[in-house]
Every structure is written in structure tokens, then in C-alpha cells.
Design a protein around this ligand. Structure first.
Ligand code: FE2
Length: 300
């Protein structure tokens, strides 16, 4: 058994996207090998409608998959294939852009004006860059939720975990996408297959992710039942944690518990040519996509 070390912890960066959506970017548009097969992760939680309702009007995608997970509010969407709908709290949409789609994604918020959700981009391997576009809309009620004896709760959105299988299938990056709550004070060990790249994104409470034998960061000392214990720097809201190799991740929840996404996937290890919402293998393929957007032949 080997615990994955924490390679890096960093706060998500405030970013303006779409037609004027204020969001936080955990990673994206930097080194695409770092979390291969994942390219980008945006946290679009916001409690002020003026900062998100401009949304993401019509734009193209090619060569990737985008995964939208809504926690509160709704996201209205429509696309060039004729799909139209709305994602609500707890729902997931997995879009395989493949050879190309044009779509719009418009955050609408709830009655309290809150819009909470995340978008992840997963790369497609060369053999599937031009695959037929596909949508998987998953209702919250179809996502299995497991509660462990110690109160830990896991929503299995994609992949296999603790004997449950998530409802999204056929994804090239072979991802595992979990929404995990660990109650106050609980230390939890969570399996992650060794061949996967893995990261966590904390969005509620705080916790310490680390290998006890290899402390990282600042040590905070605490007295617990007369014993001195060391809890490494807690990762709080909007923190990305990037893990090294191993077969499990450990987390010690802080005094308010900790909720995070634990996401992992098989690296694709191919060249990346990236321009905005289009991600291919070569610059020639990017130029071709741009040409097709101009001459109207982008949608197959
Ligand atoms: Fe999009």
C-alpha cells in the first residue's frame, strides 16, 4: 500500500470567462501534461447573478469532453445537434465534443440567486478526436451515493468505487469522478488505481491531504486527548491538491468536515495543440478547425 504524496496545493485563480462570468480556475491553459488527461477545471460558484448570468453564449468545441456538475441553481444549454435542456442541483452533463459541436451554457441560479457548479475538460486521444459528438445528461437521482460507517458520503458520478458504478459511461479518459464528504475529525483512506493521474478540489470545510511519513507544508500543532498530533496545513475552500503516484489518498477532515471532488484518469500522453475551446494534437489540425469554423463546415 502506498499513499499518494501531495505534489502541490494551490488556490483556484479568479478568472473572467465566457461573456463575463466570474469564476475560479483551478487549472487550465498552462502545462497540459500536469494533470493529463484533464486540461481544465473551473469552479463557477457565485451568489451574485450579475457576475454569472451573461453565461457562455454560442461557442465551438472539438477534440475534448466537457463535464458539468451542478450543485445549486440551473444551467440552461442548447447545441447545434438540436439538444436543449437544463441541468439542476446534483445533475451532471458529460459532453463528448468529438468532431465538433456549437453550444451555449447559460447559468440561471436558484431563488436565492446562487449558482454553484464545476466544469472539467478531459482530453480525447487522437483516435477519438473526431468521434461523433455525444451528450450524457444524468439526473441527480441516478447518481449512487454511499455512506460509510464513519459518516463519509461518496457520490459516484463516474467510475467504480466501493462496489458502486457511476451512471456515465464510455468516456475516453477512463475517469473516476467522486464527490466526497468526510465528517469532522475523521481520517479517511480512499483507493485510487495506480495508473491514474489524480487531483482533489476542496469546496467545503477543510482537510489535510498527505502521507503521514512525508509531511508537506507548515505543521500546525494540536493537542488531542493529551497527545500531540501534527496536522499539516489544511486545504480549505477552492484549493486544488495534485497527487503523485500511489494506490490511495488519505485525508484528515478538519473540525467542520471536508467536502471535495476526487478526480482521476488515465494519462493520454500525446502532443497537445490547444486554442481556446478546441484541443487537437497538431497545429495543422487547429488551423483546419479554424478554417472550418470560418467556412461553415465545422459541424459534420
Ligand atoms: Fe462549452
Amino acid at each position: 500500500m502506498s499513499i499518494r504524496p501531495v505534489l502541490e496545493q494551490r488556490a483556484a485563480t479568479p478568472t473572467l470567462e465566457g461573456a463575463g462570468v466570474h469564476l475560479h480556475r483551478a487549472f487550465g491553459f498552462q502545462d497540459p501534461t500536469e494533470l493529463d488527461p484533464f486540461l481544465l477545471f473551473d469552479d463557477f460558484r457565485n451568489d451574485d447573478p450579475a457576475r454569472y448570468t451573461a453565461g457562455f453564449p454560442w461557442h465551438p468545441h472539438r477534440g475534448i469532453e466537457t463535464i458539468t456538475y451542478v450543485l445549486a441553481g440551473t444551467v440552461a444549454h442548447g447545441d447545434s445537434l438540436g439538444n436543449q435542456g437544463s441541468l439542476g442541483a446534483g445533475d451532471v452533463q458529460w459532453m463528448t465534443a468529438g468532431s465538433g459541436i456549437l453550444h451555449q451554457e447559460m447559468p440561471r441560479g436558484n431563488a436565492q440567486g446562487q449558482m454553484h457548479g464545476f466544469q472539467l475538460w478531459a482530453n480525447l486521444p487522437a483516435a477519438q478526436k473526431m468521434t461523433t459528438p455525444r451528450y450524457q445528461d444524468v439526473k441527480s437521482s441516478d447518481i449512487p451515493e454511499i455512506t460509510d460507517d464513519d459518516g463519509t458520503r461518496v457520490r459516484v458520478i463516474v467510475g467504480d468505487f466501493w462496489g458502486q458504478r457511476g451512471p456515465v459511461d464510455g468516456i475516453a479518459a477512463d475517469p473516476q469522478y467522486l464527490d466526497i464528504w468526510v465528517p469532522a475529525g475523521v481520517k479517511k483512506s480512499l483507493p485510487v488505481d495506480t495508473y491514474r493521474r489524480s487531483f482533489a478540489y476542496v469546496f467545503e470545510g477543510a482537510g489535510a491531504f498527505a502521507d503521514a511519513s512525508k509531511p508537506t507544508g507548515v505543521l500546525l500543532e494540536k493537542e488531542v486527548a493529551g497527545q500531540e498530533v501534527h496536522i499539516r496545513d489544511l486545504s480549505g475552500d477552492r484549493t486544488l491538491i495534485r497527487f503523485g503516484t500511489g494506490d490511495r489518498v488519505t485525508v484528515q477532515a478538519g473540525e467542520d468536515g471536508v467536502r471535495f471532488l476526487l478526480i482521476s484518469g488515465a494519462p493520454i500522453q500525446e502532443p497537445v495543440a490547444w486554442h481556446g475551446p478546441i484541443v487537437m494534437n497538431t497545429k495543422d489540425e487547429l488551423r483546419q478547425a479554424m478554417r472550418e469554423l470560418r467556412d461553415g463546415s465545422f459541424i459534420k
